[in-house]
Design a protein around this ligand. Structure first.
Ligand SMILES: [Zn+2]
Ligand SMILES: [Zn+2]
Length: 300
């Protein structure tokens, strides 16, 4: 996204594949990552793997070789980004029922929407095609960035997707619908659920927002992209009018940054510019600032 050489890398990856023994992989994987200084979050389940990890360029090259050394993950697609910091403090490797929790165990991957490349999405927009674009991410991700004209269901988490489809999106059943998420993993099942429930022409953005903004910054993506790591947000755009869609809760200036209120009992997500964040001591209110149960570690 820029030309300066970054010391660190962040990898984003997933693969749906039947795994016989995810328990043993979890243990082995955690050991390997700990020994090799890899930090991040990786989930394994009987249905596959979903993860994001960070480290130096050298560490990340080793990691890629290690993970794709498993026959299950030989052809896994690594999406790679530069970072100025190690994007995680710890390494978590967990066994899950689903690699993304959506209560979509009965949704079949083979029903998934047709894969739409970034080039094809560009074409949809440029040609003025009549299509609906739906964000499959949570409300706090969509408030700081989204595709032009996207529908952003205000979901607390991905488990609400079924309800969104069953209730809010019914009127679009006969339309061309495109779903998108950060790296594509949520859309595999989000789009399949729509197809299984009678939506006629469903596409999923292949490789997600990540893949699109790498190729086409300053086009149809508006604002920043929320990431679940220490970077918090990725800002792909340089055009002033496309940089931010959110505004600071405190001062109203445009920003894509956010904080989790440092009062642990509050923890709410608030869009805040850097200046206000510091001035308010990372808290949403006087009450939270006065709390005895505040986070000790500051970020950003
Ligand atoms: Zn502000
Ligand atoms: Zn608060």
């Amino acid at each position: 996204m820029n030309n300066k050489i970054s010391k660190y890398k962040v990898l984003l990856f997933y693969k749906y594949v039947d795994i016989n023994d995810p328990e043993s992989i979890v243990k082995e994987h955690l050991d390997w990552c700990t020994r090799n200084g890899i930090k991040g979050r990786v989930f394994f389940a009987k249905e596959g793997v979903n993860g994001t990890v960070s480290g130096t360029s050298g560490q990340i090259e080793k990691y890629k070789a290690h993970l794709s050394g498993y026959s299950y993950f030989r052809d896994i697609w690594f999406k790679e980004d530069d970072a100025d910091v190690v994007a995680f403090k710890k390494m978590h490797v967990r066994l899950k029922n689903e690699i993304v929790g959506g209560n979509l165990q009965n949704t079949l991957l083979e029903d998934g929407g047709k894969r739409l490349s970034p080039e094809q999405l560009m074409n949809f927009y440029k040609s003025g095609k009549d299509f609906i674009i739906v964000d499959a991410r949570n409300w706090y991700e969509t408030i700081i960035g989204k595709f032009k004209n996207a529908i952003t269901p205000q979901m607390k988490n991905f488990r609400e997707w079924k309800k969104v489809v069953d209730e809010d999106l019914q009127e679009y059943k006969d339309k061309t619908v495109v779903t998108y998420c950060t790296g594509g993993v949520r859309c595999e099942k989000a789009s399949a659920y729509m197809v299984e429930n009678g939506f006629k022409d469903v596409y999923q953005l292949n490789g997600g927002i990540f893949n699109f903004i790498k190729k086409y910054p300053d086009t149809y993506w508006e604002g920043g992209m929320f990431v679940f790591d220490e970077r918090r947000v990725i800002n792909p755009n340089t055009k002033e009018e496309l940089k931010h869609i959110a505004s600071c809760y405190f001062c109203g200036r445009p920003t894509s940054y956010y904080i989790n209120c440092h009062n642990v009992d509050c923890d709410r997500i608030i869009v805040s510019c850097h200046e206000c964040k510091v001035e308010k001591d990372y808290c949403c209110s006087d009450e939270c600032r006065a709390s005895q149960n505040k986070r000790k570690v500051y970020h950003g």
